[in-house]
Design a protein around this ligand. Structure first.
Ligand code: ZN
Length: 471
């Protein structure tokens, strides 16, 4: 679908500017805009609204400025006379996705790492991810500045919740804060909180004392903390006041009988295939998390790429990566799944079961891509793959949409503003050129509305083809 009268967009930009600064297109990005008008009517769409409610057919959504002003059956909808009408017969609309583990940097291939301020931001938006939390920054100042540039309309990308530098213990990659104790944790958290980051991420080798200090200092500044843990178990972290936990079962070492306090036991997941997710140990974890309002972030895709026996990586991943990186990622994807470093399919299956059981117990599950590791789960495309993997875990399509949109918004505290297709909310919407429940994937995403501006997904993807992984 192409609805882009360039001249109209140019004149309409001013009108929208008066409504909200967030929906301006300051730069000349016209070629990437599919729909932009003061009033837009998306008619005859199938809507999965993000609340977990079943899909509703033949719906009309009215967008005024940057907000959804009405949603309802097309038969009874009042379409304003001045609305630009987009007939979405045969299409599906879901809320803009809220990616909760969506780094602004990428690692891949043979030890490569790059800040993807340009290509990653575009790929997130093009894939339907309208809000990201970066969940660990390699370049915190780059993120803070990138967020400003996107808000000002000078860079194309999603709404950002930024993170400070990673907080780990004495071990960890050289990009992280290698903490020498709780005092340093407080100092680092205080500095970056005052600089404006929204979250911190603790990492594998942090100690309980350091994590507790970081959480306390962050909360004092109105900033939150999540973690990719190992040396600290989930129940210990909940007791310390953590706000969110990343990676589900893959990062919870507390079921390893050899776990020692403040130590990350190597290979702790090896026996997890036998774990009983309905047993007292796991249910105690879930109860602690739920009682304390601690959400879990699912990042299935970044693990799936290393599980033996899984289907090959989708070719479209290699198509967007820089060619030399694509070659390395392809080679690793084949070797990894066949040999050393592969994740046992039974442990992977258990992780899916764990996430289902967490939701069944009443837990809040959100999702994100984590575009790291050897690089076969790039920004956006990896989020889309998560959609398929959560279906495979046994969630229904409306549940998966909810996990990937409204639940993420809840974790970020913005569920009153975005995360579902409801009147009054910001118009962050994804249009899929298919019946989503029939096709079971998000590959046919065509238009992504962020703050009421409809971006042309295929054109954005085309604009970063061959450079993902390097800039
Ligand atoms: Zn991460």
């Amino acid at each position: 679908m192409r609805l882009h009268p360039a001249a109209a967009v140019a004149t309409l930009t001013l009108a929208v500017l008066a409504i909200t600064p967030a929906s301006t297109v300051a730069q000349d990005f016209d070629e990437f805009v599919a729909v932009h008008a003061p009033v837009i009517a998306l008619t005859h769409a199938k809507v999965i609204d993000g609340t977990g409610a079943p899909a509703m057919s033949d719906q009309t959504i009215i967008i005024e400025g940057d907000r959804i002003s009405a949603v309802g059956p097309s038969g009874s909808a009042r379409v304003p006379a001045n609305a630009e009408v987009v007939d979405l017969t045969g299409h599906t609309v879901i809320p803009g996705l809220v990616g909760l583990h969506n780094h602004s940097y990428y690692t891949g291939g043979n030890g490569r790492a790059a800040q993807l301020s340009f290509s990653g931001s575009r790929l997130y938006l093009a894939s339907g991810v309208t809000t990201i939390r970066t969940t660990g920054a390699q370049q915190p100042y780059t993120e803070l500045n990138l967020k400003q540039e996107i808000d000002a309309g000078r860079v194309i990308g999603p709404t950002m919740f930024t993170t400070g530098p990673y907080l780990t213990g004495e071990q960890g990659p050289s990009t992280m804060t290698l903490l020498e104790g709780p005092d340093q944790a407080r100092r680092v958290v205080r500095y970056w909180s005052e600089e404006g980051v929204d979250w911190f991420k603790a990492y594998t080798w942090i100690s309980r004392a350091e994590l507790g200090a970081a959480i306390e200092e962050a909360h004092r500044h109105g900033v939150k903390v999540t973690a990719h843990l190992c040396s600290v178990g989930y129940r210990e972290a909940v007791a310390l006041g953590i706000d969110n936990l990343e990676h589900g079962l893959f990062a919870n070492s507390e079921y390893d009988p050899n776990k020692q306090p403040d130590d990350c036991p190597s290979g702790f997941r090896n026996d997890y295939a036998a774990l009983d997710v309905n047993g007292p140990e796991v249910q105690a974890t879930f109860r602690d998390m739920i009682d304390n309002g601690v959400a879990m972030t699912s990042t299935l895709v970044v693990y799936e790429i290393s599980v033996s026996g899984r289907p090959p990586i989708d070719e479209r991943v290699f198509d967007v990566l820089a060619p030399e990186i694509a070659e390395e990622v392809r080679a690793i994807s084949i070797a990894r799944r066949a040999g050393r470093g592969a994740i046992d399919p039974a442990v992977y299956a258990k992780a899916l079961e764990y996430e289902r059981a967490f939701v069944a117990a009443g837990g809040l599950l959100a999702a994100g891509v984590d575009p790291t590791g050897y690089g076969a789960a790039p920004p956006g495309f990896g989020d889309q793959r998560n959609y398929e993997l959560l279906l495979e875990a046994g969630f229904t399509a409306p549940e998966v949409v909810q996990i990937m949109s409204l639940n993420g918004a809840k974790v970020l505290g913005i569920e009153g503003e975005t995360g579902s297709v409801e009147a009054g909310k910001i118009a962050d919407l994804v249009v899929i050129d298919a019946d989503l429940e029939a096709v079971g994937n998000l590959h046919d995403t065509s238009i992504v509305f962020r703050h009421g501006i409809g971006w042309d997904s295929p054109k954005l993807i085309e604009s970063v083809r061959g450079i993902v992984g390097i800039r």
